[in-house]
Write a protein that binds this ligand. Structure first.
Ligand code: SF4
Length: 229
């Protein structure tokens, strides 16, 4: 990535929350700079109503990157990904299958919360293809800097972002894919899907399938082949 002399000035401007010009993007030289810059993003309209952009979190050289859809209500307020109920489901499943959470980077395909106001509540709205494509810029930066060995797309939006096309989760889950840069990609449901299942038996079944998918991720990370760091 190109680094220009005026870089520090541009980064300082972003930290003050100023809008950044399109040409500034190529000057982002680290994950920390990307995290600061995303607050000035105007690549799609979603910045207008959200509290803030929510960037990913985790080690700069994580082996596993989980990619969700977008921040939810709590994440939007907290400015952190996966801190709501779906994040708890993910954390519990990760711990249960034996993936070291401290070595995991979590983020979303879309960095601003898309919602419809309903009284005092803000109801989640799925991002459209244009918003997913616009925000792919930030996900690409995260993948480029973190260089995870394995990426896990949680749900259809994340899979669409990473694969560049709409996909059906049921058709892709359980089979690892290789992205153009050599990263292994797994696709599974978003943990919020599990929370929406009312029937306890059906939920237990889906929970078991989710954990089985994560167990495959654990095994892929443990495998000595293709280590990138
Ligand atoms: S959702 Fe993504 S592309 Fe759209 S304004 Fe926010 S950070 Fe930029």
């Amino acid at each position: 990535m190109t680094v220009h002399p005026e870089k520090n000035q541009q980064v300082a401007r972003r930290r003050r929350g100023a809008t950044i010009a399109e040409e500034d993007y190529e000057d982002i030289a680290s994950l920390a700079e990307a995290r600061a810059a995303v607050q000035g993003c105007r690549r799609c309209p979603l910045y207008k109503d959200a509290t803030q952009a929510v960037f990913g979190e985790g080690p700069e050289r994580a082996e596993v990157m989980f990619v969700g859809e977008q921040p939810g209500d709590r994440e939007d307020l907290a400015g952190r990904p996966f801190v709501g109920p779906a994040g708890r489901v993910l954390d519990e499943a990760v711990e249960k299958v034996g993936i070291d959470r401290a070595r995991v980077y979590v983020t979303n395909a879309v960095k601003h919360f898309k919602f419809t106001p309903r009284g005092k509540r803000r109801l989640h709205q799925r991002p459209d293809a244009g918003e997913i494509q616009a925000c792919k810029f930030w996900l690409n930066l995260e993948v480029g800097f973190v260089r995870p060995r394995v990426i896990v797309a949680l749900g259809a939006t994340a899979a669409q972002s990473l694969l560049g096309k709409g996909v059906t989760i049921g058709r892709l889950r359980g089979t690892p894919m290789t992205l153009a840069d050599g990263t292994t990609l797994f696709v599974t449901n978003h943990p919020s899907y599990l929370l929406r299942i009312r029937d306890p038996e059906a939920r237990a079944l889906e929970q078991a399938k989710f954990e089985a998918d994560l167990a495959m991720v654990r095994d892929a990370v443990a495998s000595p082949a293709g280590r990138r760091h």
